[in-house]
Design a protein around this ligand. Structure first.
Ligand SMILES: Cc1ncc(C[n+]2csc(CCOP(=O)(O)OP(=O)(O)O)c2C)c(N)n1
Length: 339
């Protein structure tokens, strides 16, 4: 369903989803051409969660994210030029090219840390929530992590503290394992987590928890808005698990693009490789959203294509900017770090 928002806002969410999708598909192309090295992770397939959830926050709220961070940074408004440059290790990057894909941060937008250590951010988010409560500054913390984090001891420890102290923190678990390999159909994690459904874990610590469809932007928006309101009212931490299906191009460690995304795929997938067609037809959250906008008479196909064309041009220019940006100077190798 569509979020209950004015048309302008609905179209802005659409634009942000396109930014993430085209940014990452372009990134795969840069990697394939050997423009940068190292491992990176795609957020494709989770856009309806990131974009809809982050649209419910205030500009001064804190955010923490993981290795799958590009989508969160872009959804919050990071300049694609600076993020490309960061991932490519260039001096114009968000963090002067020293953080790379895994550790890109944007403190001015609330992102104090993104971590490749699974679950590492969960206690940190509880820390900022504790500080906000002590300072009475009204700032909420949102901690975005994958389902794998719940297998780490840091998660229950943080839930316990957040619950006892009624801290203003939203634990947002993006479970991209629905129908994943080696998992019972529709029942991901039943083989790796004794606490199943995953919401049982936070509930054991009296953190209210719910599981929702993460490909439904309207449902994500409604659920997160309500959770955020409860936290701001002082009711303490909330936990939401959004379920998504992995982008077909992320099935191996080295991402590929089955077919570059285009609005036209919302209605015709005949040009897509057979094994990815079903994903574009029924799982792709960007295409689901595009179909909902048109069916709900909020935009015409042409209007959406025009937004997409503008985003594609912006992303192409951003990639060009990053490729032209120099590497940091060797004498700067030891600056800008802390340990
Ligand atoms: C503490 C720790 N243990 C193991 C790893 C290796 N590792 C990297 S990604 C990953 C899986 C993470 O799964 P999930 O949190 O569900 O995120 P996803 O990549 O599926 O989005 C693991 C185990 C790590 N980075 N940190």
């Amino acid at each position: 369903m569509l979020p209950k928002l004015p048309r302008e806002k609905l179209l802005d969410l659409c634009r942000r989803m396109f930014v993430i999708r085209h940014f990452e598909e372009t990134l795969v192309g840069l990697y394939d051409k050997g423009v940068f090295g190292g491992h990176y992770h795609l957020y494709c397939g989770q856009e309806a969660t990131g974009v809809a959830a982050l649209s419910c926050l205030r500009a001064d709220d804190y955010l923490f994210t993981t290795h799958r961070n590009h989508g969160h940074l872009l959804a919050r408004g990071v300049d694609p030029k600076r993020l490309f440059a960061e991932i490519l290790g260039r001096v114009d990057g968000l963090n002067k090219g020293k953080g790379g894909s895994f550790h890109s941060v944007a403190p001015s937008l609330g992102f104090l840390h993104s971590s490749g250590v699974v679950a590492g951010i969960i206690p940190l988010s509880t820390g900022t929530a504790y500080a906000s409560k002590a300072l009475k500054n009204g700032r909420l913390t949102v901690c975005l992590f994958g389902d794998g984090s719940l297998e780490e001891g840091a998660a229950p420890e943080a839930f316990n503290h957040a619950s006892l102290l009624k801290l203003p923190v939203l634990f947002l678990c993006e479970n991209n394992g629905k129908y994943g390999a080696g998992r019972a159909t529709g029942a991901a994690q039943s083989t790796t987590m004794a606490a199943y459904p995953l919401t049982e874990l936070p509930k054991a610590y009296k953190v209210p928890a719910q599981q929702i469809d993460g490909m439904d932007a309207g449902l994500v928006h409604a659920t997160i808005s309500e959770a955020v309101e409860k936290i701001r009212r002082g009711e303490g931490p909330q936990f939401v698990e959004t379920q998504t299906v992995r982008y077909p191009g992320s099935e191996t460690n080295w991402p590929t693009v089955p077919k570059p995304t285009d609005t036209s795929l919302a209605w015709d997938v005949s040009g897509v490789p057979e094994k990815a067609r079903e994903w574009y037809r029924s799982c792709d959250p960007v295409l689901i959203y595009v179909r909902e906008l048109v069916d709900g008479k909020q935009a015409t196909k042409e209007e959406i294509s025009a937004i997409e064309r503008q985003v594609k041009a912006e992303i192409a220019a951003a990639a060009e900017f990053a490729v032209a940006s120099p590497y940091p100077k060797p004498e700067e190798a030891e600056t800008g770090y802390f340990a």
